[in-house]
Design a protein. Structure first.
Length: 133
């Protein structure tokens, strides 16, 4: 069980379905039993045996692909919006703010994608690398 971002709404699970509120309205469903739940400002994270799924709190729709964790365990949102999960390697902090990803990718790579790499990984998109030369 988890409280929603307003601190009053209750979220829970029953046989793979995520339920919301006192009337147990079905919010979303999962493949497999839910081990833990945590609610952020806009997202709900639910943990199954080896993955974390994100759900849009407004619509109940899944957001993106499941995040691999390696093992089931607690999940929590930090005050600054990071999603904290447990994995085989320890604790993992997932930055869910997609606006910060280009800068982080550039720092990690230390360079911009070449035109060939851009065509391979982003086919059909105009060449607009995020990193500065």
């Amino acid at each position: 069980m988890a409280f929603g971002p307003d601190g009053e709404e209750l979220l829970g699970t029953d046989r793979g379905a995520i339920l919301r509120g006192a009337d147990r309205e079905a919010f979303s469903s999962q493949a497999g039993p839910v081990v833990d739940l945590a609610a952020g400002q806009r997202l709900l994270a639910s943990v199954t045996e080896r993955t974390v799924r994100l759900h849009d709190l407004a619509t109940g729709e899944w957001v993106g692909e499941p995040l691999p964790t390696g093992r089931a365990g607690p999940v929590q949102f930090s005050p600054d919006g990071l999603l904290m999960t447990r994995s085989d390697a320890g604790v993992v902090a997932w930055d869910l703010d997609t606006r910060s990803w280009p800068d982080k990718a550039c720092r990690a790579a230390g360079r911009r994608l070449t035109k060939g790499e851009w065509g391979q990984y982003l086919p059909g998109r105009p060449y607009r690398p995020a990193c500065r030369p």
